[in-house]
Design a protein around this ligand. Structure first.
Ligand SMILES: Cc1ncc(COP(=O)(O)O)c(C=O)c1O
Length: 458
């Protein structure tokens, strides 16, 4: 007997419509009734009417890296909660200690893990670290954080202040001072036309902003290793190394937001590891526990940790921060079981291999359908950019992307899209199936997309 057995699906829909305020959803859409998913297994989801879907969106927003229905994770959580569910994160716990040390084995060069419970929060911690370091070392001066056009870093006001997506920011200003945007590195829509060394040129756009602001005022730069919600944008050749070089030159902390790319999504433990850089701070959430529990981490080098321990006379000699749910022991217990699954099932290698198969399949669809202007991806993280004209790259209207997402759903496939993020560039579909996907399921995804694209009306 579950807690809900006394309710019919109809009653659940009625209660939902009456009382639940759905994320990102206008009232008119909610009034029609939202999908009611009731079960998941592997990559499959079932709704209350017993329709089955292949989920290529990892829970809608790149979360369920190891798929649905993982008993090992549920058991690990349940055992931990029966033993001890909570004590504040200022104390030691078995799951937090063991997960941190196992995580750091995957992140050479990093030294400490600070726990909280969402991606936005993990980024807030990083910003607060930069600010506290600026007070301790630079009399509060080196406090600005630079963020990149098209990147997203979260829903809270400071994280949104660090977000380069105009429509997400609409109506929420004024923003927190001292967050400054620098230009994107999206080669498909290059600021310089077709140039050989685009990656270097794009990184130098960041240096220009540092120089305009004054290097002695800039304390941190935050980037996504691969921009997710902004359109699955991979860094161009040479870009990441140049960003790191510039940060080092001006003594600026490099923060890499791995909230989407972390824990295997791109075919490496972390996205930044493809590009040979060594960040100062790495943030992560989503795939850390694949949605079985709410957990996020702000991981720093020992050097960053030490900067915050120094006792400079009357100044604070530690990072003065706590999140209540950073102490909930379900998080690291789930994260440890999640990490064990990724390792034992070889999911990073599966992701790299089948991600390549998916990408090749999408390139084949591009040959067939002129409205596919660009296909890009790394591991099981792919984007399809839709255009009206391949020469001019004029984007299709958001309605076309919505039409395709809906048609895929009708055909039993869940995919994602840029969702009211930019004025004109909500034209990108994305896919991020669980890392345990099979070759047959990749084929199913490609076949459904093929059938859907054949029927799209512009
Ligand atoms: C790159 C990135 N950073 C941060 C966040 C915020 O994470 P959360 O929604 O867990 O606060 C997101 C959410 O989509 C994200 O995509």
């Amino acid at each position: 007997m579950s807690q809900y057995s006394e309710y019919t699906n109809e009653q659940i829909h009625t209660m939902d419509k009456a009382h639940v305020w759905h994320h990102l959803t206008p009232a008119a859409a909610a009034e029609k009734g939202m999908p009611l998913y009731v079960k998941g297994e592997g990559l499959h989801l079932w709704d209350a009417d017993d329709n089955c879907y292949l989920d290529a969106s990892a829970g809608g927003v790149w979360v369920t890296n190891v798929g649905y229905g993982r008993k090992a994770i549920v058991d690990a959580i349940s055992e931990q909660l029966m033993e001890l569910n909570y004590f504040a994160g200022s104390m030691a716990s078995k799951p937090a200690a063991v997960f941190a040390s196992r995580l750091l084995e995957k992140m050479p060069g990093m030294g400490k893990v600070f726990y909280s419970s969402s991606g936005s929060e993990a980024n807030e911690k990083a910003f607060k670290m930069v600010r506290q370091i600026s007070h301790k070392k630079y009399d509060g001066k080196k406090r600005k954080i630079l963020y990149r056009e098209r990147d997203y870093h979260g829903t809270t006001i400071a994280a949104l202040s660090a977000t380069g997506q105009s429509q997400r920011r609409d109506h929420f200003g004024p923003f927190v001072p001292d967050f400054v945007e620098f230009p994107h590195c999206f080669e498909y829509r290059s600021q310089f036309g077709d140039v050989e060394d685009y990656g270097i040129k794009a990184a130098q756009l960041m240096e220009e902003v540092i120089l305009q602001e004054g290097p002695d005022t800039v304390g941190g730069v935050i980037i996504e290793p691969i921009t997710a919600g902004g359109g699955v944008i991979l860094p161009p050749e040479g870009y990441m190394a140049e960003i790191q070089r510039i940060c080092r030159k001006y003594d600026i902390l490099l923060i890499v937001d791995e909230v989407v790319c972390g824990l295997g999504r791109t075919g490496a433990w972390f996205g930044y590891q493809h590009y040979g850089i060594q960040p100062d701070i790495v943030t992560m959430a989503k795939g850390v526990a694949s949605g079985y529990a709410a957990i996020s981490c702000t991981v720093t080098t020992d050097a960053v940790y030490q900067m915050l321990q120094e006792d400079n006379g009357d100044k604070l000699g530690f990072f003065r921060d706590i999140s209540t749910y950073g102490g909930c022991l379900a998080g690291p217990a789930a994260a440890l079981a999640n990490l064990n699954i990724i390792e034992e099932e070889g999911l990073i290698a599966n992701c790299a291999h089948l991600g390549e198969v998916l990408l090749q399949g999408l390139h084949a669809l591009k040959e067939k359908y002129p409205m596919i202007g660009d296909v890009r991806g790394k591991g099981l993280f792919c984007g399809i950019e839709l255009v009206l004209n391949r020469e001019t790259k004029e984007p299709v209207d958001e309605a076309v992307a919505i039409q395709i997402v809906n048609a895929c759903k009708e055909a039993g496939l869940l995919i994602g899209r840029t969702n009211r993020s930019f004025e004109t560039f909500n034209n990108i579909l994305n896919m991020s199936p669980a890392l345990c996907i099979t070759a047959e399921q990749i084929e199913d995804i490609l076949n459904i997309l093929d059938r859907v694209f054949a029927k799209v009306t512009l």
